[in-house]
Every structure is written in structure tokens, then in C-alpha cells.
Design a binder for this molecule. Sequence first.
Ligand code: PMP
Ligand code: GLN
Length: 378
Amino acid sequence: LQSRLPKVGTTIFTVMSALATERGAVNLGQGFPDFDCDPRIVDAVAQAMREGANQYPPMAGILPLRQAISSKVEAIYGHRYDADTEITVTAGATQGLLTSILAIVHPGDEVIVIEPNYDSYLPAIELAGGIPVFVTLEAPDYALPFDRLAAAITPRTRAIMINTPHNPTGTIWREADMRKLEAIVRDTQVLIVSDEVYEHMVYDGQRHESVSRYPELAARSLVVSSFGKTYHVTGWKIGYVAAPRALTAEFRKVHQFNVFTVNTPMQVGLARFMADPAPYLELPAFYQRKRDHFRAGLEHTRFRMLPSDGTYFQCVDYSAISDLPEAEFAKWLTTEIGVAAIPVSAFYHEPHESGIVRFCFAKKESTLDEALGRLAKL
Ligand code: PMP
Ligand code: GLN
């Protein structure tokens, strides 16, 4: 059988987590919390199951959850998505991204990808028959060259994929960036797929720049988010896509035959849990404490820290410690030092070495301290 995805192997996250387990390393590689979620959210889902919320929900998700999402987005970003026609509950952001791409990209369409990029984007574009066009963030601070982004647009460009806060670099877009994007796409038909799964993890009093804050951008965007990140339930695989009516209609045509719909009890539980905004409003302070604790510990190592303005990732330059390529260094760090990390090179489509690995700080303080103790040897 000729593969539809000949270049795809096992993801770096799975590889590094397996190696971490095998070697008993502290796993700061794959991005997921090692602490449990709020017990109230588990109770809400369990209660929904006991109440009999166990059959198919509507294709787009239960209305109370779509209404809760709509209210949250409007309260924070000032844009009202119609719960009925503009919000769809998805099986995590990954399905939201794949379905978005399949819904809008025709064979031969170009899709602009800003790299380093999350690993699910390219297979999604490839499955749709699209052609990825790369714009690379620039050293030393992963700045986006907007002139190159503008130059990458052709009559065949169907969409630009953006991601803020950004995995893996921890950078965020600011208002000036959004304004530049707005100007670049203004006289085009280009759509935007905006991956905002880390929307509630932005630090130092800065704000998340959702495309939904910008009416011109919102009108051409599919916004993808995930409850997994916000509520510490990455294993639940539930999220949503918000987009204007016409885009949502196309999205749902694919969604309907992709998953049809997403499990009912979690939707009922989440709709109830979302009534209280405190969990996501408190998230920046919660993760900022972890980030600051981790960074304070890294001061005692020879790693050079890059900024982490958002996400739960901290990138470090290890060139003072080793000249191994990133993937080799990450394996060495896991097996010899006992701390797993992710090579940033895994987020590029071609070999790209910059001597940087990514750590995830969504961990208990004791886990971070154990890792820092091991890293202090370096
Ligand atoms: N986009 C980015 C940037 C991510 O980091 C992740 C989580 N790994 C996803 C999408 C996928 O989220 P989910 O687990 O909800 O599918
Ligand atoms: N998003 C997570 C990360 O970047 C991993 C998700 C996955 O394992 N696919 O680490």
C-alpha cells in the first residue's frame, strides 16, 4: 500500500515519553500536567453520566456548552459567536485543526505554516492535498518576519495557520502583530486557522491576542481551542472551533463524517463547570508561579533561558553544555541526566539545529525540583 503520509512516523512526544519511562527520567518532554484536575469537574462529568447523559448529543455539541463557550469568548475577547451556528465542539484541538483544514483546503491550495510549528499541521495539510509554504521564525527571539509572511501569499494561498501562545517557543503575539496580520490579509481571500489552545496561559500581565478580538480577522478565521489545556485534562480530548457561520457550515460538513459528535457526559459536565470563570481566570497566576520557580532553578545551570511569555513551555539554549544535535542531546539528557525534553528541531520540516530544547513546566513543584536537582549537575 502506498502511504498517504509517507514521512510520518511516531511523534516526538510519544518517543520521548517512552524513553523517559524506560529510563526512569523526570518527564518534562511531552506537554501535560502531572497533577490532577479539579475534582469538581470529575464530579460534574460523573453526575452527568449518572443522570443518563449517555446517548448521542447533537452533532455540533450540546447547546448549553456552546452557549457557555460563546459567553466566555464574548466576555474575554468582545466578539459574539452565535452558539447555534458558529461554535462546534470537537474531540480536542487536534480534530478541530484537521477538520478545519479538510473543510477549507482543496488539492493544490497553498497553506502558510509558520515554523517551528505543532506537529499535526503538516499531516493535516497533506491529507487535504494542500501544499505547505513555510515562513520561519527568526533567531534569536523567534520573531515573525511579517515581510516574508506577506511575500509568501500568492493567488493560491487558501489559509495561514497561526498559533499564539506558541508551542514550542513560548512566544506570544502582541497587538501590533495582529494589526500587521490584519493589513497583510486585508485585500485577499486568505483564511486563518488560529490555534489558541494556550489562550489562558499568558504571563506577566500581558493579554492573549485572540483573532476574535479583531473583527476583520474574526470574519476569516477558524479559532481552535482545547479544554485539555485549560482544565488540566489533556486526556479528555475535548475542545471547540469557533468560526463565522459560513465557515462553520463547511466545518460541520466534515465534522459530521469525521467524528459526527463528541461524547455527551463531558459536554454536560464542562457546561456546568464553565459557569464559574475562576479556573481559567486563575490559570495565568497558577502557571506563572511554576514558570518562575522553574526559571529560578535554571539560573543555577549553564542553560541559557529564552523568554516564556505564554504556554507551559520553557525553551533553553544548551550550547554552553554540549554541541550535540538537538535530538541527540534530548536523548542524552533523558538517559544520562534523567530529565526528558523535546528537541525544537522536531517542529521544523527540514533539519534545523539551533541548540535548543523545550521543557514543560506543567508539573508539581516536587517534580520540577527533582528535575532541577538533576539539571544542576550540568
Ligand atoms: N495545538 C497545539 C499548539 C498543542 O500544543 C496541542 C496540544 N499538544 C494541540 C494543538 C492539540 O490539543 P488537543 O490535545 O486538545 O488535541
Ligand atoms: N501538545 C503536546 C506537546 O506539545 C503533546 C501532544 C501529543 O502528545 N500529541 O507536548
